[in-house]
Design a protein around this ligand. Structure first.
Ligand code: FCB
Length: 443
């Protein structure tokens, strides 16, 4: 199996990259980082497969030169990485960790030395425990704390960053973590869920404001989107799916681009939002320079009896990845065209994450991950289709460079283009990496 698409099939200025995040690869025990809510969530029995955490992860903290070489040698143009708030500010606020700032400084210079553009994400989920103790994303001041963190980090590295995203995946930060209880801090509380939604959006807005005021540019945010379908052709099922689509997709896009929440969301969550939430919508709706979309799958939704949101996911019939996620590339074409039309207009769109987990095995020093090559190929085709339909898509990032810490699923789920042996920490490029390198050669 080889990729059928290559660089020449995309516009001249189209960028290819790989994505990772700090807690999933760095090794949080190194370099003076403070405790995060993922450390304590993982240490609480029952939350994470094998109670695994990110203490060592891929030890990228020490092995980053080798990893950046892999990005350069894979012919990628951009590296989408994130910074850990608790590495920069171990207590979430106050005195920065000099080693942490030095580390990100070296990392960014390492990218530039290799001709790779640095695409920074400020928050990819590891909230400092000191802030979690005070209520974390439910605390009214968290947006201000976030803007202050953005300012400290960008003062140090912002002069060399190519693009900056405030938040990775608003839905995961808020709903998955405070209502569904699946990610840290593991709450199952509708009021906490509603407040986390609003506060993470406000953090985005205040973060953008602070960075603009400091003269930084090419600022955006990253939305995870799931194509939503009703389980059957009834009004009840359609309503259930519309509610899912509202909470998952339209709440965050609507707030960030239009300054509004969808009616289906307000019908259940308005009573739980902070008093005066309407006054924040202008802050949330900031002019952006680009929009990032993380896309993996679709969901089929059916109604269930009971209180809001009164729906559940059911398994679909399509082939699935090791996450149990259906493979549905058409959904990516849909979102790229729909988001441009409805929300972001002419702004550059980037597919900031796309990829699949597979039970990859190292065999004679190689990994033949044909299923991943097929997945990437189908989604690159979906991107080309969106471009053909007029969507302003300017780049595609594969998730992920390395096998890494897949949150509540620990080290079980392998998403990397590069295999990581979690005992020796040896890296072995998989067939998908070799094939991407071949497809992305610049001629
Ligand atoms: C996304 C996350 C990323 C990774 C992939 C599989 O939701 O942004 O950290 O876990 O899913």
């Amino acid at each position: 199996m080889t990729l059928s698409h290559s660089r020449k099939d995309f516009p001249e200025d189209f960028l290819f990259g790989v994505s990772t995040s700090a807690y999933q690869i760095e090794g949080h025990q190194f370099g003076g980082a403070g405790s995060t809510h993922w450390d304590t969530f993982a240490a609480t029995p029952g939350n994470v497969v094998n109670a695994e955490d990110g203490a060592v992860a891929c030890d990228h903290y020490h092995r980053w030169p080798e990893d950046l070489d892999l990005i350069r040698d894979g012919n990628f143009d951009v590296y989408r990485f994130s910074a850990s708030w608790a590495r920069v500010l171990p207590e979430g606020r106050g005195t920065p960790n000099a080693d942490g700032l030095d580390y990100y400084d070296r990392l960014v210079d390492g990218m530039l030395e290799r001709g790779v553009k640095p695409a920074l994400t400020l928050y990819h989920w590891e909230l400092p425990s000191a802030l979690s103790d005070r209520g974390g994303w439910t605390h009214p001041d968290v947006a201000k704390w976030f803007a202050d963190y953005a300012t400290v980090l960008m003062d140090r590295i912002g002069d060399r960053i190519w693009s900056t995203a405030t938040i990775n995946e608003f839905w995961c930060v808020s709903w998955l973590s405070h209502f569904l209880g699946i990610h840290a801090p593991g709450l199952r509380d509708i009021r906490a869920g509603a407040r986390a939604i609003h506060n993470v959006l406000k953090a985005h807005g205040m973060g953008i404001e602070a960075m603009r005021a400091a003269g930084h540019n090419n600022l955006g945010a990253v939305f995870n989107l799931e194509y939503t379908m009703p389980s059957e052709n009834t009004d009840e099922a359609k309503r259930a799916a519309a509610t899912y689509d509202a909470i998952f997709n339209r709440t965050f896009l609507g707030a960030a681009f239009h300054g509004t929440y969808p009616d289906e969301m307000l019908s259940g969550l308005e009573p739980h939002l902070p008093v005066g939430w309407q006054d924040d919508m202008a802050t949330i709706r900031q002019p952006l320079d680009w929009c990032g979309i993380n896309y993996y799958t679709r969901k089929i939704i059916r109604p269930v009896p009971g209180p809001f949101p009164a729906h559940e996911e059911i398994p679909g019939p399509l082939p699935k990845t090791d996450m149990g996620w259906e493979i549905f590339p058409d959904g990516l074409t849909h979102f790229l065209t729909h988001v441009a039309k409805t929300y972001s207009g002419d702004l550059p769109l980037y597919v900031t994450e796309n990829g699949m987990a597979a039970p990859d095995v190292l065999d004679n020093g190689a990994v033949q991950d044909d299923a991943r090559i097929a997945y990437l190929d189908a989604h690159l085709g979906a991107v080309r289709e969106a471009i053909a339909q007029g969507a302003p898509v300017k780049g595609y990032f594969a998730w992920s460079l390395l096998d890494n810490y897949e949150w509540a699923l620990g080290y079980d789920k392998r998403f990397g283009l590069v295999h990581v042996d979690f005992d020796s920490l040896d890296r072995t490029p998989k067939a998908s990496y070799q094939d991407m390198a071949r497809a992305l050669v610049r001629t």
